[in-house]
Ligand binder design. Structure first.
Ligand code: RP5
Length: 174
């Protein structure tokens, strides 16, 4: 699969609050890569580098980005802060945390007051992958090639589950 823009400029930005989020967010990047979606990966902290967060979000649309994926943990305000400064769709991925398991991140991200939405995914790796798939689905609304790729992906998943079902049924035939 290889979906590229004319200039191959990034359509999606994956922004993390810290390098400590990187291992989990590689799942997001590898999923976008599998669909051939040009993307960039950044570390920008809403509280440690607020000026850079402002500059990034306010320039994102003019840079040609279509979707921002923001990953953060604990008092996870990065996604909401970026969403406040751009009209691009922002998908938030709550990171697992050592103290509260990521419920802190999830509630910080998902409980946005009305007016500035953040499309929040599951905590951790599943959320990282689903944020990429949601980004692909959004892009696919105006890209028939990506739409076909997404359908093929679902078809492969369906076939895998059916194969697994057949295997376990076989194991337990009496
Ligand atoms: C957030 O605080 C980051 O997104 C990270 O998930 C969390 C902890 O950051 P570090 O202290 O590990 O840099 O800003």
């Amino acid at each position: 699969m290889n979906h590229k823009t004319a200039q191959n400029s990034p359509l999606v930005a994956i922004v993390m609050g810290s390098k400590s989020d990187y291992e989990v967010m590689k799942e997001c990047s590898s999923t976008l890569k599998a669909f051939g979606v040009p993307h960039e990966v950044r570390i920008i902290s809403a509280h440690r580098t607020p000026d850079r967060a402002y500059a990034f979000a306010s320039e994102a649309e003019a840079q040609g980005l279509k979707i921002i994926i923001a990953a953060a943990g604990k008092a996870a305000h990065l996604a909401g802060v970026l969403a406040a400064m751009t009209i691009l769709p922002v998908l938030g991925v709550p990171m697992t945390t050592s103290d509260l398991g990521g419920l802190d991140s999830l509630l910080s991200m998902v409980q946005m007051p009305a007016g500035i939405p953040v499309g929040t995914t599951a905590i951790g790796k599943a959320g990282a992958k689903n944020a990429a798939l949601l980004a692909v689905a959004i892009l696919a609304t105006s890209d028939s090639h990506l739409r076909d790729e997404l359908k093929n992906y679902r078809e492969r998943m369906r076939a895998e589950v059916e194969a697994a079902d057949a295997e376990v049924r076989e194991d337990h035939l009496v």
